[in-house]
Write a protein that binds this ligand. Structure first.
Ligand code: AMP
Length: 412
């Protein structure tokens, strides 16, 4: 089957067209046929489309809204010049799989979308006001273009974390706020952590129940998960994706009293202070330069910029603290696996994080670590390391496509 995977953001749409089926999943023979993205939806759109194995075609043109963006993608897929293997038009797309950020407590696994599910996703908007509305727009656009005959699936960022026990998902605030407003840790990046755990199991040829690892998704957004017996046991993002590690523009953990203090001192509203923590903090806030780790590293190395160095230091220190906390929370782990743009590509960040972890038997092989760049899979722990260290490039789109097929075939 050809599955169109959509990841719709507030002003962007990313897609992959993936050929997969139950047989292909079994043989791990799924294939990406094409992929691309449209940025700056609602204005002067930037389009970048690529048939697998070919050059990326870039263009710019106004893109009114999510529906117009999806139409542009489908027009490209169906155009005679595009030439995607086995796909000549919309009729060759069998189903659509959507990344949906928040599934609240209702959606604990992927589901086929019907009117009831759509209302359920809408009910979660107040929990993810920046994300779920865009996901809903993507679903509605796909429904109106394809009609209800083409199955659509929703794969939730929060779902993998539904196994987190009560003592780690509840905050120590009055219990009625959980009852009344559902304030609790939900966790995000779940599809990424699930993929990394799955791939670890496949690579090591072990049953799911033996997967006891710590997974690190370090990209623009960053989170860490403790995976015990194959299930998510704890994770650093919380009620929203703001909690936890230092990220590109998000602060991660801070003393909550800082918010009131900033509001008073700077004359900001709570909303403005929250935006500050989401958009102007993290690596960008500390360095005053950029949210981009690669640029920060270059700046620190080339000009020795103090705040660039500090931002990298704080970033790595926070990750290291969480690794220690999770090793303790889950009574030890067999491996720490790195993923995401930073985790997959930066040997420097990986080695800084692993520095000072010798107390728990972690030892790094510097040469192997240096070799793991450009999205390669591999291990980089030293010979005597008690905990395995590895890189597994994440692939959320693949899991979304596979879940969509499994739902259609009734095996989820
Ligand atoms: P993602 O959100 O997963 O695409 O990750 C984006 C982040 O990965 C940005 O901060 C990039 O600067 C960072 N990144 C990508 N390649 C490298 C690299 N070679 N070294 C350091 N950071 C990188």
């Amino acid at each position: 089957m050809n599955i169109l995977v959509l990841n719709c953001g507030s002003s962007s749409l990313k897609f992959q067209l993936i050929s997969t089926s139950l047989e292909q999943i079994e043989q791990r023979a799924d294939r990406v046929l094409a992929k691309g993205q449209i940025e700056r939806i609602g204005g002067a759109g930037l389009l970048a489309f690529q048939v697998a194995g070919s050059q990326t075609a870039r263009s710019a043109r106004p893109v009114r809204d999510m529906r117009a963006a999806l139409e542009a993608v489908l027009q490209w897929i169906g155009s005679e010049e595009t030439n995607i293997e086995g796909v000549s038009g919309l009729a060759d797309i069998d189903a659509v799989g959507h990344r949906v950020v928040h599934g609240g407590e209702s959606f604990i696994q992927s589901v086929l979308i019907d009117d009831v599910v759509l209302r359920g996703i809408d009910d979660c908007v107040e929990l993810a006001p920046l994300h779920n509305p865009a996901n809903i727009q993507g679903i509605q656009a796909a429904r109106s273009i394809f009609g209800k005959a083409i199955p659509q699936a929703a794969v939730f960022d929060t779902a993998f974390h539904h196994t987190i026990p009560e003592h780690s998902y509840l905050y120590a605030i009055p219990y009625q706020f959980y009852r009344r407003h559902k304030i609790r840790r939900y966790g995000f990046h779940g599809t990424s952590h699930r993929y990394i755990a799955y791939q670890y199991r496949i690579l090591n040829n072990i049953p799911r129940k033996d997967v006891n690892i710590i997974t690190l998704h370090l990209g623009n957004g960053c989170s860490i998960a403790a995976i015990k017996g194959g299930d998510s046991f704890d994770t650093s993002m919380g009620f929203t994706p703001l909690e936890g590690l230092v990220m590109g523009t998000r602060s991660g953990d801070i003393d909550p009293a800082i918010i009131g203090f900033i509001c008073e001192k700077e004359g900001m509203s709570v909303h403005e202070a929250e935006m500050l923590l989401n958009k102007a903090s993290g690596l960008l806030g500390i360095s005053g330069l950029t949210n981009d780790m690669r640029e920060l590293i270059a700046e620190a190395e080339e000009s020795g910029d103090r705040r660039a160095r500090l931002a990298i230091e704080i970033f790595c220190y926070r990750v290291r603290k969480y690794i220690g906390a999770y090793l303790s929370a889950m009574n030890g782990a067999d491996a720490v696996i790195f993923s995401g743009g930073i985790g997959e590509n930066s040997a420097l960040v990986r080695s800084k994080i692993c520095d000072q972890l010798s107390w728990c038997g972690i030892a790094i092989d510097p040469a192997r670590n240096a070799e793991l760049v450009d999205g390669q899979e591999g291990v980089f722990n030293g010979e005597g390391s008690r905990i395995r260290l590895g890189v597994i490039p994440t692939n959320e789109e693949l899991l979304i496509a596979r879940d969509t097929v499994r739902l259609i075939k009734g095996v989820i």
